[in-house]
Design a protein around this ligand. Structure first.
Ligand SMILES: O=P(O)(O)OC[C@H]1O[C@H](O)[C@H](O)[C@@H](O)[C@@H]1O
Length: 521
């Protein structure tokens, strides 16, 4: 990236940016909002509270041209194997193109629709003949976070036929044990969601669930009525004993963290109906078309990505806070943690060279009004400079007077915080002095429904891709998670054998302390 001419220009421009206060950009410029926002039907990205002038923006746009962003976007949409370390395309956008679906995708949509239908019409019955009332998604990472986030967000607009949904992901087993206490085996259906169908977390939980059903079910055939598999690994689903009509497939070209658009979205379809699930895909598809065809300056995903590059590489900000002013987006930050950090947490370029510039931000977040009472102190008066994304909805979630009251209170707090972070406040008492100058985006959506949620997620996906192109990294692999898994297996074998030989002294010491406590109790 450093070789790109605009990089040098941006480095110089950033010196001026560091010398000015963000609030000074507003000064007499009453038009700043008009100049620094991008609008699409259903949403506005206001980036006027970024420390960015029109000249800075122009150089960022030039940087995107020099990095050949247009060509990379085409490679993404035409299915080139841009995940070169795994020899795969990144085909999540194909799943959202409902007007021109791939044959294998249509086939799985039809199978998924049939399963949804059978649950909704109470034809899918357990070992005792009772209809399914509860569905438990067992999965981790991409096979958990997306569906969890979306179904929590859309709970208020679920199909009246939808079963109760539950999500289990942690291999410690406590989450599952607690849940099982409140469920009836007769009426519970488990979805084993795993792209690889080899993840120990998911397979160990699925085995526990199976033993639980087996302890009630009189027959093996009855037990298998309670399990559905969603994976790219058909042989492993077969080996697990899943019924053929209970096996949903997706493909290697769908990355784990992009898999909520595939059959991994089964819980979303169960909650929203197939039509609702397709509205979700449609929202994302509209953003795909926008991303592929809109000039960079008017392109929301491109601008989101370039603003992050400006903040991370030129203004040296390491943190990105995700602040939805809507409790329905409780799990958005967890979802984006995987999308952003598993994608761009990389330190080698596409050609395998170590890189010497910052790549991914450290992303975290919380529903805004709660976060105000938790970590906003750091943003107002700490020593770290961070960038924030405020997410707000124009439409209230209900029409009563109390709904309106709470909605107005929520909007006021969101706008107050982004303004306070921007302008700060000087005070003679340093304890009460706010430096301000903290930059933010505000993403304002008309409303929160399946379509607008699809739009938002696709925007973040593409903004991550834009950043990866500028940084010359592969955002679609995740080799960094493998080492820990391998060591976990080695330590697990040591624990089972009660042997610590060959382990480092910290690991030995902790294991011995655990065994001592266990022996004493
Ligand atoms: O869906 P699975 O194959 O079970 O994988 C679940 C998750 O685990 C892995 O360790 C990866 O880091 C994630 O990208 C993936 O989403």
């Amino acid at each position: 990236m450093k070789q790109l001419p605009s990089y040098r220009i941006l480095e110089n421009l950033s010196k001026q940016a560091k010398d000015r206060h963000l609030a000074s950009l507003f000064g007499d410029d009453t038009n700043r909002f008009e100049e620094f926002n991008v609008k699409l039907p259903g949403l506005i990205l206001d980036y006027s509270k970024q420390n960015l002038t029109a000249e800075d923006r122009q150089s960022l746009l030039n940087l995107a041209e020099e990095a050949k962003l247009t060509e990379w976007i085409e490679k993404l949409f035409t299915g080139e194997k841009i995940n070169h370390t795994e020899g795969r395309a990144a085909g999540h956008t194909f799943l959202r193109d409902l007007a021109d679906p791939k044959a294998e995708v249509s086939e799985q949509w039809a199978k998924m629709e049939e399963l949804v239908e059978r649950v909704h019409t109470k034809q899918l019955r357990g070992y005792s003949g009772k209809a399914i009332t509860d569905v438990v998604n067992i999965g981790v990472g991409g096979s958990d976070l997306g569906p969890l986030m979306v179904t929590h967000a859309l709970k208020g607009v679920r199909s009246p036929l939808a079963p109760e949904l539950h999500f289990v992901s942690t291999l410690d087993g406590k989450q599952l044990q607690r849940l099982l206490k409140n469920l009836s085996a007769e009426t519970t259906l488990f979805i084993i969601a795993s792209k690889s169908f080899t993840t120990i977390d998911t397979l160990s939980l699925a085995k526990t669930a199976r033993e639980w059903v087996e302890s009630f079910s009189p027959t093996q055939a009855g037990t298998m009525q309670h399990f559905i598999g969603v994976s790219t690994n058909a042989p492993m689903m077969q080996e697990w004993g899943l019924l053929p009509e209970h096996q949903l497939l997706f493909w290697e070209w769908v990355g784990g963290r992009f898999s909520l658009w595939s059959t991994i979205g089964l819980t979303i379809a169960l909650q929203q109906g197939m039509q609702g699930f397709k509205a979700f895909l449609q929202g994302a598809h509209e953003i795909d078309v926008h991303f592929r065809t809109t000039p960079f300056k008017d392109n929301v995903a491109v601008m989101l990505g370039l603003i992050s590059v400006w903040n991370i590489n030129f203004l040296n900000l390491a943190g990105q806070a995700i602040l939805p002013y809507d409790s329905r987006l409780k799990y958005l930050a967890s979802y984006l943690e995987q999308l952003v950090m598993e994608s761009n947490g990389k330190h080698v370029s596409r050609s395998g060279e170590m890189i010497d510039y910052r790549t991914c931000p450290i992303l975290w977040g919380e529903v805004g009004p709660n976060a105000q009472h938790a970590f906003y102190q750091l943003m107002h008066q700490g020593t770290e400079r961070v960038m924030s994304d405020f997410i707000l909805y124009a439409e209230a979630s209900g029409k009563s007077e109390r709904h309106t009251f709470h909605h107005h209170l929520n909007i006021a707090n969101c706008l107050a915080q982004s303004r306070a972070l921007m302008v700060g406040k000087t005070d003679d008492d340093p304890n009460k002095d706010y430096p301000g100058g903290q930059v933010s985006n505000t993403l304002l959506f008309d409303k929160l429904d399946a379509k607008h949620l699809g739009m938002m997620i696709a925007l973040y996906e593409h903004s991550v891709f834009v950043q990866s192109v500028i940084w010359d990294i592969n955002p679609f692999d995740q080799w960094g998670v493998e080492l820990g898994k391998k060591i976990a297996l080695e330590i697990f074998q040591k624990i089972e054998a009660k042997d610590t030989e060959g382990l480092d002294s910290s690991t030995q010491g902790i294991l011995q302390s655990i065994w001592k406590t266990q022996n004493e109790n």
